[in-house]
Design a protein around this ligand. Structure first.
Ligand code: PEP
Ligand code: CO
Length: 461
């Protein structure tokens, strides 16, 4: 990877694109920085910093996503709604662990490899439906994620501080370092499937079910050993590939981490392996689409219930004009009651246009409601119902449902209702810790993995 940072050289993305070309388009959801010069000075400093990921890794992920379009793998993209600068190492480990456990459940029951992509190591920026928030008659700027301001409700907390961009970069680097150590250094070894469960969900119904499965996997590994499968083949079970992703919301930050790959001459946004465009910033002629169309990372784009087939087609044409399999993932978030009606026309239109989309279901963002106690929540049953409707829509059209996109944590929080351990409205206050949207806790996540595996096994895919 070349750390070349100049932006004037012609790009393979075409003479009409460079990492700054988004600046000529309307950019929604950008913070108002008190002093533009300070913001630009921070970006200049970031241009000199090492890339967080490498172009070759992003290309590997595109390849792996291409396998998803062929039905040869299933994508599990999951993590926090909004990462915090204060996340502990234990909490990062637990989030990874719950994703690995879910992947084991899904792989075991479906026989299909699970591609693991975290909403992690960079998921710091949040789009907001309103620029301000009013509490007890006091109006302040909205919290936009730790990369912009603080969640406390004072004027000082809510000032957009560009030095936070640098902190975000360093937090992302530290998180990624830990993830690389865990996934390549033995923690992810399949012989530890039991250990992952210990001090965690072992005593819950989902945990007990997982415990039984871990026993079966142990026996399978012993069987392979006994059959003479050599230890270097078994060593492959000790490492996993784990990729990072986040919403590419703050375009200055993403631009500053964009580098030209010395091998291919192509531009890559080296802040994460995969970047996605949110539901609020997917205007085909907007700044976000302009920026992302020129980078060669695999891309995601959220698609909500108001999206028309023509709009989605315009996005596919802008973001994947060459129709490269694995390049574009459409993350649909329709709502449990709407998915069966809203999704099929989009699936048909992209299929007829020959776009090789990775179709992924985000069953979280259109199923949020306010509980009686005033907290934002989601019900496990709605989450499951949207996934089930997503599979049904694909079955109906004959397209391939590629995976799921979830907000979860390994921590024992009480933010979403229902699930095997039945979190009730009265329980929400016990451990409601999210800085933005409600996340599935560890037990609910494992529970969901079993339910998903059942849907997949019963021919819903
Ligand atoms: C999110 O993924 O946290 C989010 C804000 O989603 P959406 O863009 O789909 O609303
Ligand atoms: Co969210």
């Amino acid at each position: 990877m070349d750390t070349e940072t100049r932006t004037g050289t012609p790009s393979r993305s075409g003479p009409d694109w460079d990492p700054r070309s988004w600046r000529d388009r309307p950019a929604l959801q950008q913070p108002v920085w008190p002093d533009d010069a300070v913001h630009e000075a921070v970006l200049d400093e970031m241009r000199e910093l090492p890339p967080l990921v490498f172009a070759g890794e992003a290309r590997d992920l595109t390849e792996a996503l291409a396998a998803v379009t062929r039905g040869e793998a299933f994508l599990l993209q999951a993590g926090d709604c909004a990462e915090s600068f204060d996340t502990s190492a234990d909490s990062i480990r637990d989030r990874l662990r719950v994703i690995l456990q879910m992947a084991v459940v899904l792989t075991y029951y479906t026989g299909v490899p699970v591609l693991k992509v975290g909403r992690i190591a960079g998921q710091f920026a949040k789009p907001r439906s309103s620029d301000t928030e009013t509490v007890d008659g006091v109006e302040l700027p909205s919290f936009r994620g730790h990369i912009v301001n603080d969640i406390g409700f004072t004027e000082g907390d809510r000032v957009a501080d560009p030095t936070r961009l640098l902190t975000a970069y360093h937090r992302a680097a530290a998180t990624l370092n830990l993830l690389r150590a865990f996934t390549k250094g033995g923690f992810a070894d399949l012989s530890r499937v039991h250990q992952w469960n210990r001090e965690f969900v072992a005593d819950s119904p989902a945990g007990q079910r997982y415990e039984e499965l871990a026993g079966e996997i142990d026996r399978a590994v012993q069987f392979m050993r006994a059959c003479g499968v050599t230890s270097d083949r078994l060593a492959e079970l000790s490492q996993v590939d784990f990729y990072t992703s986040h919403e590419a919301l703050l375009l200055g930050y993403e631009e500053a981490l964009t580098r030209r790959d010395s091998l291919t001459g192509d531009w890559y946004d080296c802040s994460a392996h995969m970047l996605w465009i949110g539901e609020r910033t997917r205007q085909p002629d907007g700044a976000h689409v302009e920026f992302l169309r020129g980078i060669h990372n695999p891309l995601g784009c959220k698609v909500g219930p108001t999206a028309t087939a023509d709009e989605v087609l315009a996005l596919c044409e802008a973001l994947n004009p060459d129709r490269t399999p694995g390049r574009l993932t459409l993350i649909t978030r329709m709502g449990a009651t709407k998915v069966v009606d809203s999704l099929p026309p989009l699936l048909e239109a992209m299929r007829d246009a020959g776009h090789p989309v990775v179709w992924v279901c985000d069953p979280m963002h259109a199923n949020t409601f306010t509980a009686d106690d005033g907290r934002k929540t989601r019900h496990f049953d709605d989450v499951l119902a949207e996934v089930s409707g997503f599979f049904a829509a694909h079955r109906f059209v004959g397209t391939i449902p590629g995976g799921v996109h979830l907000e979860l944590t390994g921590d024992d929080v009480t933010e979403c209702l229902g699930g095997g351990a039945e979190v009730a409205t009265a329980d929400l206050g016990q451990r409601y810790e999210t800085m933005c949207d409600p996340r599935l806790n560890g037990q609910q996540s494992i529970d969901l993995a079993f339910r998903l595996a059942e849907l997949l096994r019963n021919g819903h895919r």
